[in-house]
Design a protein around this ligand. Structure first.
Ligand SMILES: Cc1cc2nc3c(=O)[nH]c(=O)nc-3n(C[C@H](O)[C@H](O)[C@H](O)COP(=O)(O)OP(=O)(O)OC[C@H]3O[C@@H](n4cnc5c(N)ncnc54)[C@H](O)[C@@H]3O)c2cc1C
Length: 304
């Protein structure tokens, strides 16, 4: 119930405008968001790299409404790739939301912008992951991905284990050897399309991970859930013959103890680091995942 309310609030534009201007909320958001500028984000990347972690940078923003905005969001990401190539001692890939580069306006606009990003990353030896958003975008996101993956191998897709269609999509991505980030899924989806119970979502996650581990697709195990982490470790032990890389992936600020522990144990660990001034919907989705985070914010408000 609380999850649904928070997910609903995450989409409310007027509330967003109010919260973004609120200094207290901005400070609280810093637990999950690296800052508002690229300079701040680069500082966080450097620190994580020193601690043995790989990083994926996410320049926060959601669906855009015009071609100009989509092109501008793409330009901004290209500037990030340029900056990453110039910095020494800083290593990060990027992750983009397809609607941020035009998917909700027109598939071909998204394709054009995603191609620019793939090319720019390719020239600099970098990598671009296409995040997966609400279920209405899955078909077009994958179709853009497949078209470009024939040309560029430095791009990756995301699979959400709550979606009932994901087994078929995972098999197709695995067959092509495409890099896949496996997550549970962060949006509110109807029962016709998505598993609703935690056990079903978890069972699906393990099934999909088995498919990936049986293939030579590079795999990102994106979760903070101990059960999924254990399943990942078990499958790595059971597949010593596998050549493609496997890594754990977690969100900045979530289960920081576990980030360090997995690095110490010798696993690949990538932190997804969001930054930018459009942090409100991202922050609200993190609240929805764990209502205890909301209590933390409310308590801080009380003590302010
Ligand atoms: C690297 C990465 C990339 C992602 N990319 C996408 C994407 O492209 N599309 C998409 O739909 N979703 C994405 N997600 C979000 C994902 O789908 C889930 O919503 C989120 O990861 C919570 O699921 P979980 O696997 O951690 O398990 P859960 O069952 O939600 O949580 C397990 C445990 O982890 C801890 N935990 C989980 N979330 C939080 C939190 N916010 N704060 C504190 N503790 C927490 C708690 O201890 C909780 O009990 C991504 C997640 C990660 C880690």
């Amino acid at each position: 119930m609380l999850r649904s309310v928070l997910l609903y609030l995450s989409e409310q534009k007027r509330l967003q405008d109010f919260v973004l201007g609120w200094g207290f909320a901005r400070r609280r958001s810093r637990r999950f968001v690296a800052g508002e500028t690229l300079d701040e984000a680069i500082g966080v990347v450097r620190d994580l790299n020193v601690r043995g972690m790989d990083v994926t940078l996410d320049h926060l923003g959601e669906s855009v409404e015009s071609e100009d905005q989509a092109d501008k969001a793409t330009d901004d990401y290209i500037k990030i790739l340029e900056r990453l190539a110039e910095e020494t001692g800083v290593k990060a890939t990027i992750s983009i939301k397809p609607t941020q580069i035009g998917l909700a306006i027109d598939r071909d606009l998204c394709l054009k912008n995603m191609r620019r990003l793939a090319e720019s990353a390719h020239e600099r030896g970098n990598f671009v992951r296409m995040d997966m958003e609400a279920s209405c975008y899955v078909d077009t996101t994958l179709s853009v991905f497949y078209e470009l993956f024939d040309e560029f191998k430095n791009i990756g897709a995301v699979i959400q284990s709550y979606l009932k269609r994901s087994e078929e999509d995972t098999r197709e991505l695995a067959r092509r050897g495409a890099p896949v980030r496996l997550c549970k899924g962060a949006y509110k989806e109807p029962p016709a399309l998505a598993f609703q119970k935690k056990k079903e979502i978890n069972d699906s996650y393990v099934r999909l991970l088995e498919i990936l581990m049986d293939s030579e697709a590079p795999a990102g195990i994106a979760t903070h859930d101990d059960l999924m982490i254990e399943a990942g470790k078990r499958l790595m032990r059971e597949h010593p013959e596998r050549n493609a890389p496997v890594e754990f992936q977690m969100l900045y600020g979530v289960r920081r103890d576990m980030h360090a522990k997995l690095v110490e144990e010798g696993y690949g660990m990538r932190i997804y680091v969001p930054y930018g001034n459009e942090w409100y919907p991202y922050f609200m989705r993190r609240m929805a995942e764990r209502p205890a985070n909301l209590l933390f914010v409310l308590r801080a408000m009380g003590g302010k």
